[in-house]
Ligand binder design. Sequence first.
Ligand code: NOJ
Length: 545
Amino acid sequence: MVKAWIVTGALALCCMAAPIVKAQQKAVDAEGHQWWQHAVFYEIYPRSFADSNNDGVGDLNGIASKLDYLKDLGVDAIWITPCFPSPQVDFGYDVSDYEAIDPMYGTMKDFDHLVSEAKKRNIRVILDFVVNHTSDKHKWFEDSKSSKTAEHRDWYIWRDGKGPGQPPNNWLSTFGLSAWKLDPKTNLYYYHYFYPEQPDLNWRNPAVEKAMLDVTRFWYKRGVAGFRLDAVDTLFEDTKLTDNPVLPGTDKFGRPNMDERYNKKLPEVHDVMRKLRGAAEEYGSVLIGETWTSNVSELKDYYGAKNDELQLPMDLMMTEFKGLSADRYRKHIGAVDAAGAWPTYVITNHDIVRSYTRYADGAHNDDIAKMMAALYLTLRGTAVMYYGEEIGMENNDPKNKDEVQDPIGKLGWPLEKGRDGERTPMQWNDGANAGFSKTKPWLPVPASAKTHNVASEQKDNNSVLSFYRQLLALRHKEPAHRDEAILVVLNMSATEQKVQLDLSPLSFSSPKLSVLLTDFHKPLAGLTDALPMEPYSVFIAKIAK
Ligand code: NOJ
């Protein structure tokens, strides 16, 4: 057993021992760990990763052409955000056919090619399953809205308004309007938690459940290793349509804040998670959840009382921490670890301002990016990276409303600028369009692409990319087995910290410490009684008996 080791007394310092487990391709290792427990997952936003046909939008062949880069980086699985046919109102999260590839990304043949090329490199492919809603252009919804007696009528949520011009209740769409839209054909409202073009499926209908479970099997049979499940918190709504309590204050769209207790996180969600898990188990697949939990206890619920729900519910709570407080991170990580389940750490994604931008202080930006990488990539647990984090990509927010592509940014400008800024093209080199495409990309690349790009950083041993590669290599080769521990010391402050290396809490009689990785600017002059931790630095060492 590896012992967790926390140094106390050091200000603004986060210090812990972490078992860095070995990524293997075998399903289960000698200690009973599944492949997904070792794995580093890498989220790819396909519109923005690599454009093979130079139309300004990324595609599957583009991803396939970068598999060697991903392998070399140390990625074990890629999660591709939706690449299915879609009107692209929500850039793929409005799916109009769950069992095909959108021509903008390629063909099913390209997809099969990507899976087989990835497999050759021991990289697994995870798809994104939009479980809560379809596109309004999905054939199920087209049929559903055609008449009150249509075969798919009850596949969505249709209700009478309260009165003329009045929706059924006060529920709001998280994307800025009412959650109800009147459809003139049958003069009833349908429910949509996201855009009106994303009608919610009625998961109380067994036919919906069956059709959706079959979708997962369709992809498992094609070699997909699992799914990231989109928006699981919103799968069910109160059948009585009880109004949500109104809270003080207003949101980014100027509407009253709401306690969404009647249309989010209903207990029925867990029944569906269990059923999806059942189908996943038939194929030895893994489920990662987009789980926006408010606390560790809610997160724990998503594993299931009998560990029969999600293997990897994402801990998205750290993405909401403001500022860098070692104490806050230490407490949170301690609580997640103590919950007894296998954690899944994430610090950013395609809906959240990039981690580089969130933490940057203007003076130590790259050091902070390395320090945060060392935090979530060495903890006991699975890590989910977001493309471009490894090169220190920053947000490139639209400068004015006319540039905005994401509809929420158009609706909520200027308080809500939308999510374009965190979805800009991957920066492959310092040339035109950052090497992403030969054509003007769908979103602009920032000026910082000149310095923060793969080609330049590969040549620089001190780059963010070089640090990520070393870190991931360590994660893969240092299992921290029984007679050893890995010590990770992070300085989360802008000032140097002296850390007393007191190894006595470890039950090793005469522990030996060997340095594995640091990002110090000055060479470390031997290990004496106090370790001089430069501002926002990382020190990783192995402790053996
Ligand atoms: C969460 C996805 O990550 C986000 O991009 C999308 O807009 C919503 N779910 C709706 O599908």
